[in-house]
Design a protein around this ligand. Structure first.
Ligand SMILES: [Zn+2]
Length: 279
């Protein structure tokens, strides 16, 4: 890898920059905004010779991240700032630039607010538990929904994330209980059935079969959500040797309330037609 001569060199050598911008267009990563172009220049500056034509956007992001660390050291950015930037970068959906923006924003926040923020982070896992029945995040085990005697324990709604429960509870319509998978089957991300709480659901169905009358598969209507729902259905049917009395249903999908039909996509319309009901 080439040694980085220092930020001033990259910024001042205009002819080199023009040539680097041309080179950046040969990379797979799309570079449209000036900021992204500058990032790509930085990447090129630290990339090994001959590597540029074959690298992906993910690689570019990783190299940019490493470049920032080198740049931060060269510019003597305080260790505390650098560490927080690196911590933010580990969060999903946050790239190096957003991590930097968030960190420098926090430098302007009053100390008391920062301490309250830090305390919330420290207590996040300390003061929460996963419900041993439904795998929802709560303050007690079993969670408030599983221990509520007014809920119908015969209906189990399977959702992807705890946030889905919040949305469904807001509707006030559902009175059954839940099972949280904490993800969906996604082979592209190496997430198989064993990486999410499917086995726990099947165990729950096997031990509580006489009480459970219906399983509502409420995974999102995405390719991964549909595949996960299909997998669970197959496993539940196999569990009862095809003679299970448990009704397996899928959450209805279709045109959202207040939507205009002419703007709905083909898949939504197809689901809406298939799921039509008596009126
Ligand atoms: Zn629970």
């Amino acid at each position: 890898m080439m040694l980085l001569p220092g930020p001033s060199v990259a910024w001042s050598a205009s002819s080199t920059i023009v040539s680097l911008i041309r080179k950046s267009r040969q990379m797979n990563a799309s570079t449209t905004s000036p900021n992204q172009t500058m990032s790509m220049i930085c990447i090129i500056a630290v990339s090994p010779p001959g590597a540029l034509e074959t690298q992906s956007a993910e690689w570019a992001c990783a190299v940019y991240s490493k470049f920032f660390v080198i740049l931060a050291r060269a510019m003597r950015i305080p260790v505390a700032v650098r560490r927080l930037i690196e911590s933010f970068e580990k969060l999903p959906g946050i790239g190096p630039k957003t991590a930097q923006r968030l960190t420098f924003y926090l430098l302007h926040v009053p100390q008391e607010q920062l301490e309250s923020f830090a305390e919330s982070l420290v207590n996040l896992k300390k003061n929460t538990v996963l419900c041993s029945i439904c795998r929802n995040v709560g303050e007690n085990d079993p969670c408030s929904i599983c221990s509520d005697p007014s809920r119908d324990k015969g209906i189990v709604m399977v959702v992807e994330q705890p946030l889905d429960i919040l949305a469904l509870e807001r509707s006030g319509k559902y009175k059954g209980i839940y099972h949280v998978l904490h993800g969906v089957i996604n082979p592209l991300d190496n997430i198989g059935p064993d990486e999410i709480f499917i086995r726990e659901l099947l165990k729950r169905v096997a031990t509580d079969e006489s009480r459970i009358s219906e399983i509502i598969l409420a995974t999102n209507p995405t390719m991964e959500g549909e595949a996960t729902a299909m997998y669970i259905k197959k496993q539940v049917v196999e569990l009862g040797n095809g003679s299970s009395s448990i009704r397996i249903t899928r959450l209805g999908v279709g045109v959202p309330t207040g939507a205009d039909l002419e703007y709905a996509d083909d898949t939504t319309l197809r689901y809406a037609i298939e799921g039509r009901r008596e009126f």
